[in-house]
Ligand binder design. Structure first.
Ligand code: SAH
Ligand code: SF4
Length: 474
């Protein structure tokens, strides 16, 4: 892992900045008699969560200690999301709430990171309306926290890091502090080339680029050797990992061949690229979780065409049915956008019917949110907000019924699930995850550490649309 020749940026260059920052942090610590603390909050997807773990890893390597309390922090970073307006507004309003902390602690450093501020208009919003934010950095600045903090702390410069270059190469070896000690995210690729017309991701995360297989295999081996039991491979479209010679299925085969007791999950699969080979591999390999997240987005071929999804509703339905048939017991989940520009009641009903037919385990449904700079934002959008909300409510009601029915089938059965909680949750119970990624709540008398991180048998006694409840068996 020390071979960083293929890096996008030179980590030894970063080390020069890191040394300066470290000495300043040390000085401040000696003066105040306490450790300096770093607080990071993440908006959005798993990719952002994985990035935040690398930001925290860098912060800790510079001398900060991690805190979950923003009030006592000396460095606060908000890792932002741009996929829907709601996520942006939430990040901005939370940024507004940081002003009083800056007034209390003049030395506090506040940074906004990631997808939202990679967009120039948002970067300008921050410049104009949040003058107490010390730095703003786009997604491709990820390995350069030391350089940024050096500017802010040592050179006393408030800077905006313009990130026009979102095509940068991948930097390996960036320090990481993982949130969890049995479940880990491993990014296998960055960016996206698909340009779905509603989506901002290709603009804020740049073109698709894959990590070299050697780095990924090494990282997974290290994780497994240090006790990780579940690894989720991340990419906007994992099916297009690599090249013709060595693709996603080849990578999965190599990862499954690693010795150890662990499960692999991945997300996200684009329906246009999900191959038979991939489905067969999931069906036959015990290390691959029996779960498939396959975003449908819409059940109307016309809407899919305008979304630039490159498949028809019929093709999607056939693929989903094949997955269900070939992988018995698979948990199939999807994403759906309601109210895409020009979506008629008939288009929506096609989505509704597809959901009725395919009976997903769960769906993530979103009302379309216009994103500046994307083609869909220019399309005519005659449906009213009320119509869209009504469609969304109908879809949620349908799916709640389906999920409840599917989960009810588990009652009376014994499932194997990975115990991933060490403390009792708010409901007084512990939780575990099935191979289909369903949460099972259970009670446990005794030392939970004896089963934490292990696959345990739980007899399901009741269910809801979202969860299963059961009794620990062994
Ligand atoms: N790369 C993944 C996920 C991308 S973002 C994929 O292709 O599936 C996650 C989900 O957010 C998408 O699947 C889509 O359903 C939703 N989404 C993306 N842009 C959106 C927008 N402008 N409005 C509403 N939902 C959106
Ligand atoms: Fe966005 Fe489409 Fe790329 Fe997914 S595949 S990130 S929805 S552009």
């Amino acid at each position: 892992m020390n071979d960083i020749k293929n890096c996008g940026i030179s980590l030894s260059e970063q080390e020069k900045y890191a040394e300066k920052v470290r000495s300043l942090i040390k000085e401040k610590q000696e003066k105040s008699g306490r450790k300096l603390l770093c607080y990071i909050t993440t908006f959005g997807c798993q990719q952002n969560e994985a990035d935040s773990e690398r930001l925290m890893g860098q912060a800790v390597s510079l001398g900060y200690e991690k805190t979950d309390d923003p009030e006592s922090a000396d460095l606060i970073i908000y890792n932002t999301c741009a996929v829907r307006e709601h996520a942006e507004l939430r990040a901005l309003s939370r940024t507004g709430a940081l002003k009083h902390l800056k007034e209390k602690n003049k030395d506090l450093i506040i940074g906004l990171w990631g997808c939202m501020v990679t967009q120039n208009h948002r970067m300008n919003d921050v410049k104009m309306s949040y003058p107490y934010v010390d730095f703003v950095a786009g997604t491709n600045m990820l390995p350069r926290l030391a350089e940024i903090l050096c500017d802010v702390m040592v050179n006393d410069r408030r800077r905006y890091y313009v990130t026009e270059d979102v095509t940068s190469e991948i930097t390996e070896g960036v320090p990481v502090l993982r949130e969890n000690d049995i479940k880990a995210y491993v990014s296998i690729m960055y960016g996206c080339n698909n340009f779905c017309t509603y989506c901002v991701v290709p603009y804020v995360r740049g073109r698709e680029r894959s990590r070299k297989k050697e780095f990924i295999i090494e990282e997974v081996k290290e994780l497994v050797n240090s006790g990780y039991r579940e690894i989720t491979l991340l990419g906007q479209n994992v099916n297009s990992y690599g090249d013709k010679e060595y693709g996603f299925v080849d990578l999965l085969k190599d990862l499954c061949a690693i010795n150890g007791d662990f499960t692999l999950r991945f997300m996200t699969s684009h329906p246009k690229d999900a191959s038979d080979e991939l489905i067969d591999l999931i069906a036959e390999n015990k290390k691959l979780a029996k779960q498939f997240h396959l975003p449908m987005q819409s059940g109307s071929t016309e809407i899919l065409r305008r979304m630039n999804r490159k498949y028809t509703a019929e093709k999607y339905i056939a693929l989903a049915e094949k997955i269900k048939e070939k992988i018995p017991g698979v948990s199939l989940t999807t994403d759906i956008i309601v109210g895409f520009p020009g979506e008629t009641e008939e288009d929506f009903l096609e989505t509704y019917k597809a959901v009725e037919k395919l009976r997903f385990d769960s769906i993530f449904s979103f009302i379309y949110s216009p994103r500046k700079g994307t083609p869909a934002a220019q399309m005519e959008d005659p449906a009213t907000k009320e119509e869209k909300t009504d469609r969304m409510s109908r879809l949620i009601a349908l799916q709640t019924e389906i999920s409840a029915e599917i989960n009810k089938c588990f009652v009376g059965k014994t499932v194997s699930a990975l115990c991933d909680t060490r403390k009792r949750l708010e409901n007084g119970l512990y939780a575990a995850k099935t191979t289909g990624n369903k949460t099972v709540f259970f009670d446990f008398n005794g030392d939970i550490n004896s089963v934490y991180g292990k696959n345990i048998d739980i007899k399901i006694t009741r269910s809801t649309a979202a969860q299963l409840y059961g009794e620990y068996e062994k």
